[in-house]
Design a protein around this ligand. Structure first.
Ligand SMILES: Nc1nc2c(ncn2[C@@H]2O[C@H](COP(=O)(O)OP(=O)(O)OP(=O)(O)O)[C@@H](O)[C@H]2O)c(=O)[nH]1
Length: 277
């Protein structure tokens, strides 16, 4: 397949899933660059087996192997016994609902792992995502299975921005190509989420702080405590409202002034370095 005008050759091995073939399977995935792990959404046992497969992968596959979990037969909405959320929650690997019958997300799954494998192996940071790979969004119970399902799979090598959506990634790349563009990336310090959109960043933070949150308009700082936020803002404005009574020292933070004052009172072994040493 073609990824960003680069031809990527995939050699695909369909291994037998049954327990009795497991030892044969080890040999297959030992040298694999990527593994697509499938279960049948109409068969609970196949889903329950996934944990065992993940353990095997952890034990036998290459450490940096690209793994993706697929909940197949998404078209069988009436017979579904494994909810989509269960698949998403099962492992910290990208998940897609798929259907070999309707073709839902089949191409996307291969494109995504090929892209990830290519990016991982490329020495240069110039790797880019493919421009296609849209899922048709049909067949998933209560949810649309689209490109948006591959969590954090696509990462911008230039700035660390990562997304689960190709369309967002492509939009993100434009930030790098525009001359003079502000390359700010907004990061969540509580989880790996990053975005170039301040709007989405604020929206995301509400997941962590549903009630009150103060976000800095100039950087990725946020706090649920107003006093901390006000203190942070002074790092941008340069305002230093806390003045020493004995010398020229001033600080943006009260705690810094308190520490400084000890140099005058003799409580600190350090001497004041501003004027009165
Ligand atoms: N409805 C539906 N049926 C499917 C889908 N994929 C596979 N099947 C059916 O599920 C059955 C098993 O498919 P296989 O491709 O043999 O499954 P497998 O996992 O390769 O089986 P092993 O060879 O035992 O590992 C067949 O009857 C397929 O027609 C799908 O996406 N939707």
């Amino acid at each position: 397949m073609s990824i960003d005008a680069v031809k990527v050759k995939l050699q695909i091995w369909d291994t037998a899933g049954q327990e009795r073939f497991r030892s044969v399977t080890h040999a297959y995935y030992r040298d694999a660059h990527a593994l697509l792990l499938l279960y049948d959404v109409t068969n609970k046992a196949s889903f329950d087996n996934i944990r065992a497969w993940l353990t095997e992968i952890h034990e036998y596959a290459q450490q940096d192997v690209v793994v993706m979990l697929l909940g197949n037969k998404a078209d069988s909405t009436h017979d579904r016994v494994v909810k989509r959320e269960e698949g998403e929650k099962l492992a910290k690997v990208p998940f897609l609902g798929a259907s070999a019958k309707s073709g839902l997300n089949v191409e996307l799954a291969f494109t995504a792992v090929a892209n990830k494998t290519k990016t991982k192996e490329a020495e240069t940071p110039e790797s880019q995502a493919p421009s296609g790979g849209e899922g048709d969004g049909s067949g998933e119970a209560g949810a649309t299975a689209t490109t948006g399902d591959i969590k954090g799979l696509i990462r911008c090598e230039r700035c660390g921005y990562n997304t689960n959506r190709y369309d967002h990634y492509i939009a993100h790349l434009k930030h790098h190509s525009k001359e003079g563009e502000d390359h700010r990336v907004f990061k969540c310090t509580l989880c790996p989420y990053t975005t170039v959109s301040q709007y989405h960043w604020r929206k995301h933070l509400r997941n962590h702080f549903p009630s009150k949150l103060h976000t800095c308009s100039q950087c990725s700082y946020f706090s649920d405590r107003k006093s901390n936020y006000i203190q942070h803002i002074r790092t941008h404005t340069g305002v230093r409202p806390f003045q020493c009574l004995y010398c020229d020292y001033s600080s943006s933070q009260k705690t810094h002034l308190t520490r400084h004052m000890r140099t005058h009172s003799g409580q600190s072994s350090t001497l004041c370095s501003v004027k009165c040493s």
